[in-house]
Design a protein around this ligand. Sequence first.
Ligand SMILES: [Zn+2]
Length: 436
Amino acid sequence: MLGISLWRGLLGLEDTAIEDVVYDAGGTLVVHVRPMSRRRGRCGRCRRRSPGYDVLPRRRRWRTLDQGTAMAYLEADSPRVRCRSHGVVVAHVPWAEHAAGHTHTFDQQVAWLAVKTSKQATTELMRVAWRTVGAIISRVYARAQAQALAVSGRDGLDGLRRIGIDEISYKRNHKYVLVVVDHDTATLVWAAQGRDKATMRSFFDDLGAQRAALISHVSADGADFIAEIVAERAPQAVLCADPFHVVGWANDALSRVRIDAWNQARALARTEPKALAGWARRTQVRPGHDRAKQLKGSRFALWKNPENLSSQQQTKLEWIALSEPELHRAYQLKEALRLIFRLPIEQARPDLEAWISWARRSRIPAFVELQRRIVRHRTRILAAIEHGMSNGLVESVNTKIRLLTRTAFGFHNANAMIAIAMLSLGHHKPALPGRK
Ligand SMILES: [Zn+2]
């Protein structure tokens, strides 16, 4: 066997004595360990030195990083202590979080992989279930937060000036997480489950009155509860519309027009004869079927920014311009609204007015309705443009959070989804074990 100190280095252990290293019958590496004396006899929850209580009869095991191709575990006695605050508790160990079944090094590597690679890469490489990954990243995030607070007294909410508040739905749209983004650094700074006044207040409770007074701008999606609590806790802040959401409303209106056109085409197609067999099909005239087929593949051509269209999507758009005048007008309305956010305020102001009257006269119900909503939010939309809240960095944070909700889908609870979002887009980017 290798020297003990070499094993300690390989396993990334601190404050830990290695007693023995063995291979068990199944080819698993088992490292017998104990905490060094200064880490012994402490409460597993608060780490306060506490009198011993007893030793549980079974030794405990913690999964740690594979050594070469072998799965590896640490194994140790499980003494209990009697803590003044927490009663009888399993004693603290330096290599793992309290009540965890994996070591710190294992946790760190899982968190790094979950943030940097795919679900499949993480679970296959580490040989754990995705749910376990959820539990691991929750505790990695909690630990990173606690350490930052202990070391520098920072909770990640210092220096906020311009923030974005957003509701993210996950788990088939039934549950929500409220997130707060720092517009100046494009960082996710706060997240909690819920979308109501109480959740919104808990952010301002964490922030405290002093720091809340420094907030100059808040962008949000137009939800009343956000506006109400911002007015209550940070009345000096200018409330802005979030361009990401306004463009989202326009995309929704456009989808409704497209679906209406498709339904009309389908209705016509149902009155048409069945397709002929073989070469005869080529000369058969079935306008309803043809229209439905063309419209079916048009979603992305209508959605994407025109500068990013493939040549096939470009052709699709040209077909829409020729054959679907109403849908094409709806598309132009959506694009025009999107581009207003890129304009300087002097130009955006008259352009928004022109857009509103264009939409009002469009005779497209979805856009007449959208126009009413835009009028209601006009002041906030112009404030967003005037104060430069329409920047692409924040939009990309918004998009990334939404992608993460898909990754987080198999997780057990909201905490894991919040943890992966904060680790990916917040202040605590995970590091690989053994590297600084
Ligand atoms: Zn304790």
